[in-house]
Design a protein. Sequence first.
Length: 488
Amino acid sequence: MSLHKLTLHELKEKFTKGEVTARDIVSAYSLRINQVEPKVKAYITLVKESAMAQAEALDQKLKTWRRTMPLMGMPLAIKDNICTEGVLTTCASRILGAFVPPYDATVIARLRGQGYLLLGKTNLDEFAMGSSTENSGFGPSRNPWNLSRVPGGSSGGSAAAVAADECVAALGSDTGGSIRQPAACCGVVGLKPTYGRVSRSGLVAFASSLDQIGPITKDVTDAAMLLNVIAGHDPLDSTSADVPVPDYTKALKKKDVKKLKIGLPKEYFAEGLDQEVEQAVREAAGELKKLGGEIKDVALPTTGAAIAAYYLIATAEASSNLARYDGVKYGLRSKQTKDLLEMYMKTRQEGFGPEVKRRIMLGTYALSAGYYEAYYGKAQAVRTLIRRDFEAAFQEVDLLVTPVMPTPAFKLGEKIQDPLQMYLSDIYTISANLAGIPAISVPCGYSKAGLPIGLQILGRPFEEETLLRGAHAYEQATGWRAKRPNIR
Ligand code: GLN
């Protein structure tokens, strides 16, 4: 079997046994990237040569190291809004087009500590603002299942790279669905951890109270393996939680979901949900029942206000976070301007794309004197109600299952002229960010047109173990992963 088709845990096992070298692994991925990357366009920057140099160095090291370091020799792709020392980190924005960070994000330092190999930095919607990767300042990525479709977003490059076997696993970031939604579109697994579970230090901020880094992988076991490495308290991030990190791989050993109470929120099965998606998700709930889960209907009454609240809070925070790109402190600076003010203005005008500008304006407006209470204040109040809805639901059930996206992956260009339509594709994912709870997307079928459909499972804060256990039991019982995209 070709190495690039293996999951992280399968590849790691072969490596640990000494059946393959790190060099073999990087060669296999380089070949694969050369074959499919011109079509998929998952990466902004590739560093195959440095991965190969590191691989050769690793192969010289003692064999026992292979066993002790969980990611040794494993080639990963990293979303291009996560800082990597010495490697371009653009956020898919022209304003950071030449930005080379002088330090690693905490997650990267942790991956490095476990021997991972960086293959490259993946494409995204500029500053992670979008649901299709079309807002990238460097052109869109494509869905490996159908190249005329979007890979989802904003971590579309990471999801496409995993689905197209252009890396063994990847990291993404999720502010309102950007890990789960592209994972669903590309038929892979995407996990958004509880807010505070994974350090945000070195993740370029979009909306700080919502952003979380998480794994995008070929299966649930791989997601658990990566979470084991990246989770945990970090003094460099004041919002990171000082709570114990369990062994997530162990949690998977309990394969069944017996006695778990699983809720179906009725507000998530309403108008606008594609029939094929609804059917696949309901069948998945049926499968969980067969596995011993108890299915219950639950209510999340504030769901209808989530999009409005999110697009006020996220844009407000973004307008503040993106104020730092002024041509002085970071990145691009417009030349030949007559004074400082013009330099600020031209830099931002030339450096940011249309969606980022739209959000900065929206957020600035929502925060301005006189409107603050009516917009931002109100949105925060709604956020509290959404969190309480989940708290109430989790009194009754252990997990919730819902769709990830209202439809399978849409066509490139279909929604780009209509931002509101684009925003609506986040309807099922943003509430988890507003409430800070963990959620995972796992494949649960295919549309008639052959496009993947995702199942979302949500859990209580810091109970990623239960989430992974449910997702793993479902995955093992169904085997959707056997089907792979045929990239043409
Ligand atoms: N699609 C949402 C947005 O455009 C979420 C993006 C994200 O999670 N980074 O804001």
